[in-house]
Design a protein around this ligand. Structure first.
Ligand code: P6P
Length: 281
């Protein structure tokens, strides 16, 4: 898989440059989730597609920005599912955004995720990679090259609370749970960008990120293959947990369609235990 990770590093520099130099306007198209696409979304997707075109270990690409599966190497072992520029609408207010990659071997479902990676485009470019046997490894661009900084571990209990979704559309049970965390002194840390928001909680010792089922999004908003399952591996390998509203590990999700979403909760063990109790799981 090193060829995949090295290609992601190459992609990171190209997308970072695109963020800094491209037109931030909307294209006249939508992605498979019916969301308007920025020109930057489309450009980032093309950068990734071109970069992986000749990587022989990759048999197919599945992008959040496109319907269907793009077949690549016949001898390839892995399918790469990715969100090329998650939170792209935050670029025009100069907030951090990210790319998310899930590396699957076999059918596209949680148990077949063998590794995941994400890139944070912020004041610095950072890359985190986790496999089934390793903790998340943080690397940072220093003097134009990625340098390994160290493994990421989460505390049993954290201090941060990233509560996603529109509050008026939360269930009363979820609202009570979130309000209780704040009453205990948790601090709100939510930018609307999944990558920096989850990255911050992992690096700042833990807490909870939640995007629940809501009345306007009963199956949640975040995509299983490109967002939820890859970050579930990150959190579990960092010593945390990642479950859905029924208490199922997100790494056991089986999407019926590549663009399926799921309610999702990522956090330190203490906060996920508290959530299970609040949800009666
Ligand atoms: P809301 C960005 O659009 C995104 O897909 C994720 O990056 C982020 O966590 C979520 O949506 C934010 O959604 O409904 O809280 O604005």
């Amino acid at each position: 898989m090193n060829d995949i990770f090295e290609t992601i590093k190459h992609v990171a520099f190209e997308i970072d440059n695109a963020i800094k130099t491209s037109d931030l306007g909307y294209s006249n198209s939508e992605n498979s989730s019916g969301e308007d696409q920025l020109k930057l979304d489309v450009q980032s997707d093309i950068i990734i597609e071109k970069a992986f075109a000749n990587i022989t270990s990759v048999k197919a690409l599945v992008s959040e920005e496109k319907e269907g599966v793009l077949s690549l190497s016949k001898s390839g072992k892995y399918t790469l599912c990715y969100d090329p520029l998650d939170g792209s609408s935050l670029v025009d207010v100069n907030l951090s955004v990210g790319s998310i990659f899930g590396i699957y071997e076999g059918e596209l479902e949680g148990k077949n995720l063998v590794a995941s990676a994400y890139v944070v485009y912020g004041p610095r470019i950072e890359l985190v990679i986790a496999t089934r046997n390793t903790k998340p490894m943080l690397s940072r661009v220093i003097a134009g090259q990625f340098k390994e900084i160290g493994e990421i571990s989460m505390n049993e209990k954290g201090k941060l609370n990233a509560s996603g979704g529109t509050q008026q559309n939360w269930s009363p049970m979820h609202k009570t749970f979130i309000d209780n965390l704040f009453a205990e002194g948790y601090r709100l840390r939510y930018s609307g960008g999944m990558v920096p928001d989850l990255h911050q909680i992992m690096l700042k010792g833990g807490g909870l990120f939640s995007y629940p089922a809501t009345t306007d999004k009963p199956q949640g908003k975040l995509r299983q293959l490109f967002e939820v399952i890859p970050f579930a591996l990150m959190y579990e390998q960092a010593g945390g947990e990642a479950i859905n509203h029924e208490g199922l590990r997100l790494l056991e999700l089986i999407p019926s369609h590549p663009h399926d979403t799921s309610p999702c909760f990522f956090g330190s063990k203490h906060e996920i235990t508290a959530l299970r109790q609040a949800y009666g799981l």
